[in-house]
Design a protein around this ligand. Structure first.
Ligand code: SF4
Ligand code: SF4
Length: 381
């Protein structure tokens, strides 16, 4: 029987030292979780763990930029570790990487915090969309932070955000990130951007190039994970992601805003707040009618997907993505739809070529149920 799991995200501040073009978190104001709210939030999580008989707790630190409130990260970890010593707790931190120092990375790793950051490609791509408050690109600072993380953890994950402006350079961007030493790469689109048909044409050409890149790296014996390709190969070689394995918005996961408000997922925590997706407060608990309404909307079959041959493989079930793209969680995002149709075809062709050549690594990667656990271990040996 799988462990009873709960995922909680602490949004420690609305502030950030960067001003990324695609940031959805709202105005950057120095509004952080107070010490009193932090203590109440930790107590709330402890109560939820007891009430739900949780065996595994995943805690993520998020912002704004959570490292602006680094002392609070350690405070929360110490409080939870002391009070919940009978359950398994995993800590994650999502950072822009620009505030990392060697000492801080060591301190966070000593507390077993798994860190990930975003890098969108080489300076010509990243500097264009990720800037500091003065409007200056910050690629070199991100790469410096990334090298510190890789020094202590070769399995560090990097998220690459693809925007309409960078759609034509996806293969080059992934190659740049790979060349930094990263072997776990998560790819995502900027779902709130204005995507035009021409951008999808560029994406298609990029994915064809990326398919060749993926094939070549596998043939060279490189062990890595690239979410856009590996997730879709998995849903082809194994089976679609089971409904029970998908995120359950507002049920097995929730976010705590700096002011103690509860939201169903990270995308709904903004400086201004999104009242229609507010599901409670740490002082008063969950508003069950709001959480059930959101869960029902989220899990309802999407009318626009009825009869689609890709339905069991498509990522349209992510409510946050649907919200960012359409403003609604019960409506499939047209951006997801375009992207999946282009991507799945190219991924399948790439996988076909590798399967036909009976590439050992490809077979190991996609038909050995221990992957990617094995590769994490191998990378850290
Ligand atoms: S680093 Fe994150 S929180 Fe800060 S501006 Fe960029 S996307 Fe927003
Ligand atoms: S979003 Fe598009 S590709 Fe995905 S299941 Fe719906 S119709 Fe099919």
């Amino acid at each position: 029987m799988s462990k009873q799991l709960l995922s909680v995200t602490f949004h420690l501040t609305h502030h950030c030292n960067l001003r990324c073009d695609y940031c959805y978190t709202g105005e950057k104001l120095p509004i952080s979780m107070t010490n009193q709210t932090l203590l109440q939030a930790v107590q709330f999580v402890q109560n939820e763990v007891d009430r739900r008989k949780i065996k595994q707790l995943d805690i993520t630190f998020f912002g704004g930029e959570p490292l602006l409130e680094k002392e609070k990260i350690f405070q929360i970890i110490d409080l939870l570790d002391q009070s919940l010593e009978d359950i398994s707790i995993h800590y994650k931190l999502s950072t822009n990487g620009t505030l990392l120092s060697d000492k801080l990375v060591q301190q966070l790793f000593a507390k077993k915090v798994y860190m990930s950051l975003s890098l969108d490609g080489d300076p010509s791509v990243t500097d264009n969309q990720r800037k500091n408050a003065a409007g200056k690109g910050v690629t070199h600072q991100i790469v410096k932070g990334l090298q510190l993380l890789l020094k202590y953890n070769k399995s560090t994950n990097v998220t690459c955000v693809i925007t309409p402006e960078s759609a034509g350079k996806v293969a080059e961007s992934i190659d740049y990130i790979f060349e930094q030493g990263v072997r776990f790469i998560t790819t995502t689109l900027d779902y709130s951007a204005d995507w035009e048909v021409e951008h999808f044409d560029q994406l298609k050409r990029s994915y064809i190039k990326l398919g060749r890149w993926y094939e070549q790296k596998i043939k060279m014996g490189e062990r890595f994970y690239l979410s856009f390709f590996d997730e879709r190969i998995q849903t082809r070689t194994h089976k679609p992601i089971a409904k029970s394995e998908r995120c359950h918005i507002g049920q097995r996961q929730f976010s705590i805003a700096p002011n103690g408000e509860l939201y169903p997922c990270i995308q709904f925590v903004t400086t201004e707040g999104i009242p229609e997706y507010l599901i409670g407060h740490i002082n008063t608990g969950f508003d069950e009618s709001c959480t059930s309404y959101i869960t029902n909307c989220s899990e309802k079959p999407k009318a626009e997907c009825s009869g689609c041959a890709l339905e069991s493989r498509c990522s349209k079930w992510c409510s946050c993505v649907n919200y960012m793209s359409t403003g609604r969680i019960d409506k499939a995002s047209p951006i997801v739809c375009y992207n999946e149709r282009i991507l799945i075809e190219i991924v399948d062709k790439t996988a076909d070529r590798l399967w036909k050549s009976r590439n050992n690594l490809f077979v190991h990667k996609h038909y050995n149920s221990d992957y990617p656990v094995i590769s994490h271990l191998e990378l850290n040996l």
